[in-house]
Design a protein around this ligand. Structure first.
Ligand SMILES: O=P(O)(O)OC[C@H]1O[C@](O)(COP(=O)(O)O)[C@@H](O)[C@@H]1O
Ligand SMILES: [Mg+2]
Ligand SMILES: [Mg+2]
Length: 344
């Protein structure tokens, strides 16, 4: 019986399709101190739900899933149908996956206890980010944070399992449903981006070890709120204009963050009269992106401290957010320290 050892094909006839997310997760599992496959499975569950949500967003205009759902969420915001669909899809995938014991979602008033006696992980999720852009075919996203529970597996879910600082995240990431669909995540060992290949139904590694440029010339802020800005922000944005930086604001946090992460830039959502503590939510928007930012060499602050060091006190608490290239955020803080950035 003849045996020949495998020689990778050199003919070039069948180009390599690249590294799938599944294979990458498996490869990287050993990076993770508690590596026993549960976090890997959890990441796969999130990838599965994001593929389904991707399909729904792509055909939102063709089906009756566009538009408002006719209810408001705990934030007092009108829910879009796709907010609700994405919420159902992610909660179902995480529940069926079996690794998660509790979920905090933008679309749910309370913590969801999955009654899972073996689940070690807590997930905080913004199922659909950029809701105001759903019906107008502009990039939207999903944002997620993953923590290990603090109390013993199988015991009742306690506040300490949920109200964890961003520094306690074991993984975080986002999915961007844009001209292409990408999943970008970190487990604390760098940031990697995967692009979805529709025809194969797989995410492939397309952006290994993302590093944010330390400087940039893009600023992202809703200038419509400038009447409410602190003088420090006003001066900083005026300075950006003097320097002829480009104003880019999509109005979907994930999309604005992603662009600035790759190209260099700063995203600012400050405290405003309408949102005295800022608009964005600490537990399922700011913390996740702050972990990604820091792992890519960028920074995230509320104007006074690292986002990741803010101790959460309520599920849907908001925070001012300055996030992006290190030198740009430092510059913005210099301007802001003339006047306090956040009101608290
Ligand atoms: O319309 P505004 O005030 O500029 O706010 C836009 C911001 O609000 C958000 O839409 C809030 O997120 P949700 O869509 O998940 O509620 C961010 O994505 C975006 O950056
Ligand atoms: Mg959001
Ligand atoms: Mg949302």
């Amino acid at each position: 019986m003849k045996i020949s050892s495998y020689q990778p094909d050199q003919s070039g006839l069948a180009y390599s399709v690249g590294t799938t997310l599944d294979r990458f997760i498996k490869l990287k599992q050993s990076d993770f101190p508690f590596a026993s496959g549960e976090l890997s499975q959890l990441l796969r569950d999130i990838a599965l739900a994001s593929k389904i949500v991707n399909r729904e967003t792509n055909r939102a205009g063709l089906s009756n899933i566009g538009g408002a759902f006719g209810q408001t969420n705990v934030q007092g915001e009108e829910q879009q149908k796709l907010d609700v669909i994405a919420n159902i899809r992610f909660i179902r995938a995480l529940s069926k996956g079996g690794e998660v014991c509790a979920i905090v979602s933008e679309e749910e008033d309370a913590v969801i206890d999955l009654n899972n006696k073996s689940g070690k992980y807590v997930v905080a999720i913004d199922p659909l980010d950029g809701s105001s852009n759903i019906d107008v075919n502009i990039s939207i996203g999903t944002i997620f944070s993953i923590y290990r529970r603090k109390t013993p597996v199988g015991s009742p879910i306690l506040e300490e399992d949920i109200m964890q600082q961003g520094t306690e995240q074991v993984a975080s990431g986002y999915v961007l449903y844009g001209s292409s669909t990408m999943l970008v995540y970190t487990t604390g060992f760098g940031v990697n981006g995967f692009t979805y290949e529709h025809s194969l139904g797989e995410f492939f590694l397309s952006h290994p070890m993302i590093k944010a440029p330390e400087s940039g010339s893009i600023y992202s802020i809703n200038e419509g709120t400038q009447e409410d800005w602190n003088p420090g922000i006003k001066e900083y944005i005026d300075d950006c204009k003097v320097k002829k930086y480009s104003a880019r604001y999509i109005g979907s946090l994930v999309a604005d963050f992603h662009r600035n992460l790759l190209k260099g830039g700063i995203y600012i959502y400050p405290a405003t009269k309408k949102n005295p503590n800022g608009k964005l939510r600490l537990m399922y928007e700011a913390n996740a992106l702050a972990f990604i930012a820091e792992q890519a060499g960028a920074v995230a602050t509320d104007g006074n401290k690292r986002i990741l060091e803010i101790q959460p006190t309520s599920l849907h608490q908001r925070t001012p957010l300055l996030i992006g290239s290190k030198n740009m955020v430092a510059e913005a803080l210099q301007f802001s320290n003339k006047t306090e950035f956040s009101t608290n």
